[in-house]
Structures are given as C-alpha cells and as structure tokens.
Design a protein around this ligand. Structure first.
Ligand code: IMP
Ligand code: MG
Length: 172
C-alpha cells in the first residue's frame, strides 16, 4: 500500500475558512445544533466549529458502516439508542465523507422519524464523485474527490491513520 497526499493541511485549513464563513452567514440568528457523526468527523468538526463564532450546541452520534474494509458494508449501525433533543433546532450534520450516501441517509431518516427539527442540512469534508446508493446529497462539501479510498484527517483504514494531518489516497 502506498499513500499519496491529496490535500495538505494548509489546503484543508484554507477551505475550512471558506466553509465556516458560509455556515456562519447562513446560521446567524438561528438556533443551531451541530450533530457530528463519530468517529470520522471528529477532526473535521473540531477544526470547523472553532471557526464558527455562533452560540451553537454540539451533539455527537456514533455510527459505523465500514467495519474494517475498503468498501462500505451497506449496514449502518447506531451505537446509541437515543437521539439528542433536536426539536425546534436547525441541525447541521457533519461527517467526514459522503460515499454511497447510506450513512447520512440513515441518520437523516432517523432524525425525521424521532425528532422535530426545523431544518436539517449536511456538511462533509469530502464527497466522492460517484452514483449514490441512497438519494442523499451534501449541502456543503469541502472537496470533491474521485471514487478512491482516502485516509487521514479523521478518516481511517481499519482503525488507523485518523491522526494524519492531511488527506491521503491509499493505493494498493
Ligand atoms: P457511506 O455510507 O457509503 O456514504 O459511507 C460513509 C462512511 O464510510 C464515512 O462516514 C466513512 O466513515 C466511511 N468511508 C467512506 N469512504 C471512505 C474512504 O475513502 N476512506 C475512509 N472511510 C470512508
Ligand atoms: Mg469510518
């Protein structure tokens, strides 16, 4: 396996500045709850939220869909029984990457079934240019990439590489 740098730390930081400015403009004056999907969005969320000077709330949801491989298993597992109270809130879901769309679709469906938010939007650091298995698109994305497997900046392969400061492509 080799690792090729796709987005260096400085490029990510510059893009987060832009995203944060856009989000701050949109959510000013609205009751915002950020829902970070763990573990993948931990680094993205930490860096993005510190650029948004609004009185937001942060909630986290542990969701798994990969279970170790390079391909999504298609099975989305929630590790919590209860969702946070999102009634009357503008919810911004954060995830590391939009791939098949199954994870974010499952999260959104559960939110609408079990809570009454005013609005739900999705922001991802990366989105893959490919056909989705579920009808889900991101409202905000840091970068669009090809259909390749990436690691670093929160993204893992088999639990490793999340602490890399840049995004790299993992190639056989
Ligand atoms: P989806 O449900 O297929 O859209 O996949 C979303 C989840 O799969 C993400 O939150 C990631 O945790 C994981 N994932 C998808 N693509 C990659 C990748 O290229 N590298 C690492 N994790 C990925
Ligand atoms: Mg993952």
């Amino acid at each position: 396996m080799t690792e090729r740098i796709l987005f260096p730390a400085a490029a990510i930081a510059a893009r987060l500045d832009e995203l944060a400015a856009e989000l701050t403009a949109f959510y000013t004056g609205k009751p915002l709850t950020v829902l970070a999907i763990l573990n993948g969005s931990l680094v993205f969320a930490a860096d993005l939220l510190r650029r948004i000077p609004l009185p937001l709330r942060l909630e986290c949801l542990n969701v798994a869909s990969y279970h170790g491989g390079l391909e999504s298993s298609g099975v989305v597992t929630f590790q919590q029984n209860n969702l946070p109270d999102l009634d009357g809130r503008h919810v911004l879901i954060l995830d590391d990457i939009l791939d098949t769309g199954r994870t974010l679709h499952a999260v959104k469906c559960r939110l609408f079934k079990e809570t009454h938010p005013l609005d739900v939007r999705v922001a991802v650091l990366l989105k893959k240019r490919k056909e989705r298995a579920e009808p889900l698109e991101a409202d905000y994305a840091g970068f669009e990439i090809g259909d390749e497997f990436v690691i670093g900046y929160g993204l893992d392969y088999d639990g490793r590489y999340r602490n890399l400061p840049e995004v790299r492509v993992l190639e056989p």
